[in-house]
Design a protein around this ligand. Structure first.
Ligand code: ZN
Ligand code: ZN
Length: 89
């Protein structure tokens, strides 16, 4: 059976617990052992979410969307779905 074990975070070097329950879960999913502590994993996730994006309204369907640049009034903004549809036309 699984036993709690202590791993060392690759990013900050802190020791963290990889519990038996987590090991079972990871093994079930076929994941590799975690290499980062919870804090580093969380801060990584937050960093990704902080990607700059601006609110815009799709000129095609009127749905709210986010774009990685400042929307300009002289250029219509499309949501990703409409954009993909128009490119495939
Ligand atoms: Zn860490
Ligand atoms: Zn749209």
């Amino acid at each position: 059976m699984y036993q709690d074990k202590t791993l060392v975070c690759r990013d900050c070097g802190a020791e963290f617990m990889f519990t038996a329950g987590e090991q079972e879960f990871f093994a079930e999913k076929g994941y590799h052992d975690p290499v980062r502590c919870r804090e580093c994993r969380n801060s990584k996730k937050n960093a990704r979410r902080e990607k700059v994006s601006y609110h815009a309204v799709c000129a095609e369907c009127g749905k709210e969307t986010e774009v990685p640049f400042i929307p300009k009034n002289d250029k219509p903004i499309y949501c990703s779905e409409c954009y993909a549809r128009m490119r495939n036309r």
